[in-house]
Design a protein around this ligand. Structure first.
Ligand code: FMN
Length: 345
């Protein structure tokens, strides 16, 4: 059992509990990460709101932000008591808010502090304590900064590292630009695995298709990476996840198509609606599900506009699905009528 073989990245404002439950409707095996939650928020904030999740989400990892070992230990303990399967430390987020709190990517400059934090987390919980990091920041030499962070953490017993294979440039780039502009260095991540073969190394950054996932997991150069983490691709084209149990984890199960995923997600949505959640809180994560299919635009529009109306229920989801089925049927009858975004082809 290799839970890290395919994971969905922590994404602030995106991978909330509803999103994770939806992704779980597509894949039983992918490891799902929460958004980053800061250690002080876990300790002092509304824990149920920040940490509550549904049992269907397992395996699910809690990502913490912070740089105070005692606080992180306390937050990790609380996370473990909620039932998270892994506690992950964010050593990659470049936002100003995070830098001023001295955590996230700027910790790439302080490997010993990261190791202290990881020792504190690992000492507080029985579940795995893992790191998600960049290869370096600013003018650091990534050959040195990546190995320094990994080796310091490995020395205190950390065995699993997710590496976003680019630097963060902490001056002058927005967090969004920091996910695209600094160049990717996949070769360095493979080098890390080659030189530290006993560690579990997961690669992340700019991986947009299952063909690319296969290529990263291939051991063509004698290096066998342990896993791939997908961020934006999994969010914008979640149908990808419907193939990963078979294709990446080697399960004998058939793929889950988007229609089946919606049916599987419905009981979760019904339960949350009954608790008073708005439909849109759940459907907003589904907008890309029909990506590439005729009717995808109508699907998105119905789930965006109608799902926001007060009292909107699952009938809105049914209407959105129907719009895709109708467009597919129309296209079947007249293949030149429309393309995937509804334009005349
Ligand atoms: N990375 C984190 O470690 N913690 C976060 O909370 C976090 N929030 C993100 C929010 C958004 C909207 C996006 C797009 C990315 C975020 N990231 C965060 C970075 C992703 O986890 C991932 O490392 C990055 O998007 C690169 O992977 P990708 O190219 O597959 O998207």
């Amino acid at each position: 059992f290799a839970p890290h073989r395919l994971s969905v990245a922590p994404m602030m404002d995106w991978t909330d509990r509803h999103c994770r439950a939806f992704h779980r409707a597509l894949s039983g095996r992918a490891l799902l990460y929460t958004e980053m939650v800061t250690a002080p928020a876990v300790i002092h904030g509304d824990r149920e709101r920040l940490l509550g999740f549904d049992g269907c989400e397992h395996p699910v990892a809690l990502q913490l932000g912070g740089s105070d070992p005692d606080q992180l230990a306390q937050a990790a303990r609380i996370g473990a008591s909620f039932g998270y399967d892994e506690i992950n430390l964010n050593v990659g987020c470049p936002s100003d808010r995070v830098q001023s709190g001295r955590f996230g990517a700027c910790l790439m400059r302080e490997p010993e502090l990261v190791a202290d934090c990881m020792a504190a987390i690992a000492g507080a919980v029985d579940v795995p304590a893992t790191v998600k990091c960049r290869i370096g920041v600013d003018d650091q030499d990534p050959q040195l900064s990546l190995f320094a962070t990994v080796d310091a953490c490995a020395a205190v017993g950390v065995t699993t590292f997710v590496v976003h294979a680019r630097k963060a440039w902490l001056q002058g780039l927005s967090p969004k630009e920091n996910r695209d502009v600094p160049p990717l260095d996949y070769a360095l991540v493979r080098q890390l695995k080659r030189e530290r073969p006993h560690l579990t190394i997961v690669i992340n950054g700019g991986i947009t298709s299952l063909e690319a996932v296969d290529a990263h997991l291939d051991d063509a150069d004698g290096v066998q990476l342990d896993g791939v983490m997908l961020g934006r691709a999994a969010y914008h084209e979640p149908a990808l996840l419907g193939q990963v149990d078979r294709r990446v984890f080697g399960e004998a199960t058939p793929d889950v198509d988007p229609y089946q995923a919606i049916e599987r997600y419905k009981p979760y949505m019904a339960a949350r609606l009954a608790e008073g959640w708005g439909l849109h809180a759940m459907t907003r994560h589904m907008l890309g599900l029909m990506h590439g299919r005729p009717g995808a635009r109508s699907f998105r529009r119905i789930l965006t506009v109608e799902a926001c109306q007060p009292g909107a229920g699952l009938e809105v989801v049914d209407r959105a699905v129907e719009a895709v089925r109708e467009a597919e049927a129309r296209l079947g009858r007249d293949p030149v009528e429309t393309d995937s975004v509804g334009r005349a082809a």
